[in-house]
Write a protein that binds this ligand. Structure first.
Ligand SMILES: [Zn+2]
Length: 404
């Protein structure tokens, strides 16, 4: 039993995954000592926030080996340019607007704002990544954002028209301090918007692999609305995004008298239909998750029993949760292919499946491939057309196990 980080209410446990390694803890050697933590996710019946019960110290996750650089993916580069265009449109009629981004990474979004000559500030605590942003001509401060940082920024730059963050808010344990900072930093007509993997997508698809050490919170319209209200803010709009297996972009403003978009009412109504405001919804989710794990493992065993080999595609962070919870290891999966150079020739955290290069997959005649990078299914099916034409099958598993 644990307490909600937002409102201190006693939470209701949704899934207990047992001992888990950190999602990005790929091993160089099989006998390396692994850090494990007790992973479970809980729901707060008072403020509706779904959250990890135990968190891992940031230094265990974000060490020298860790470097998530956004600009490596072309699709994401286009997505972030779209965000920059939207911001530029919002502030077009403002006098000397000021834009602040939390977790600006290598400047993938803010470099477009910088190029337009708009006053901006990126907040990026990781200094090697901040240095990359500076190379992209983005102004950066290497701090964590909270009420005190917000005061400092206001003194130096004035209040902001826009405060934003992408795939950052779900990582920040003390999210109350971020919202408190937002209420200090924003102008009265300013807007905070952020996007993260969307809880309703996770529940609808049963895509529980989004749950891992780096994601403290799994936001919904319900929980963001309650969180905003605690800090004198208001959820005014929410717009669904197709990235990362389904994300939501939330728009928040100061006060309690702003116009609320129909999207908010519709979004929250859909969340209530799936019972995201009560424990029953999460019990149904857990039942489906366990069924998928059982079905997937049985499917793989059946393929093996017919003397077929199985490989996997994409050594993603999130597959750590799936492989460990469903107990799928090297006895079933021969190797996982990946294009990330610093993952190749390593082993998966906890399950110790070898990781090989993409070339190894191309040269192979294995005809059964578990698709771990399931959120890129469309692009991967297009790319691997000839594999499928030659009789190769992909195994997918959300919302149910399919061999196609
Ligand atoms: Zn709560």
């Amino acid at each position: 039993m644990s307490q909600c980080r937002i409102c201190n209410q006693t939470t209701h446990q949704v899934i207990h995954f047992g001992k888990m390694p950190i999602a990005n803890g790929f091993l160089r050697e099989l006998d390396e000592k692994e850090f494990l933590f007790d992973m479970s996710v809980a729901f707060c019946p008072q403020c509706f926030m779904v959250q990890l019960e135990e968190t891992v110290k940031p230094e265990m996750m974000f060490n020298d080996n860790y470097q998530f650089v956004s600009s490596t993916s072309n699709a994401m580069a286009i997505h972030f340019e779209g965000i920059a265009q939207e911001i530029a449109g919002k502030v077009a009629d403002k006098q000397d607007p000021f834009i602040v981004e939390l977790g600006c990474n290598d400047g993938i979004m803010l470099k477009h704002i910088a190029a337009k000559g708009i006053h901006h500030l990126g907040i990026e605590p990781s200094s090697n990544v901040a240095a990359m942003a500076r190379k992209n001509k983005v102004e950066v401060t290497e701090k964590f954002f909270n009420a005190a940082t917000a005061q400092e920024i206001v003194q130096e730059h004035g209040q902001a028209d826009v405060l934003c963050g992408s795939n950052v808010f779900c990582h920040i344990e003390d999210i109350n301090s971020v919202f408190e900072g937002a209420s200090i930093l924003l102008k009265d007509d300013g807007v905070l918007f952020f996007e993260d993997p969307y809880l309703l997508d996770i529940v609808q698809k049963s895509s529980f692999d989004q749950i891992y050490d780096e994601h403290v919170y799994y936001y919904s319209g319900l929980s963001v609305q309650a969180l905003a209200q605690r800090h004198g803010l208001q959820l005014v709009d929410m717009v669904h995004q197709d990235v990362h297996g389904g994300s939501m972009r939330y728009y928040i403003q100061k006060g309690s008298d702003k116009n609320i978009s129909q999207n908010v009412n519709d979004g929250i109504a859909a969340e209530k239909e799936w019972q995201l405001h009560q424990t029953e919804g999460y019990e149904a989710f857990k039942t489906k998750v366990d069924q998928i794990c059982k079905d997937l493992k049985q499917t793989l065993k059946d393929i093996k029993q017919q003397k077929n080999r199985i490989v996997a595609y994409g050594a993603t962070s999130k597959s750590t949760t799936l492989l460990n919870y469903a107990q799928i290891g090297p006895d079933l999966i021969e190797y996982i292919c990946d294009t990330t150079p610093n993952k190749i020739n390593k082993y998966t955290p906890g399950t110790h499946i070898p990781i090989k290069s993409y070339d190894a997959f191309l040269a192979d005649d294995a005809r059964n491939t578990l698709l771990l990078a399931w959120n890129h299914k469309k692009e991967i099916f297009a790319k691997e057309k000839s594999y499928r034409e030659k009789g190769g099958k992909f195994i997918t598993y959300f919302p149910e196990v399919v061999v196609e």
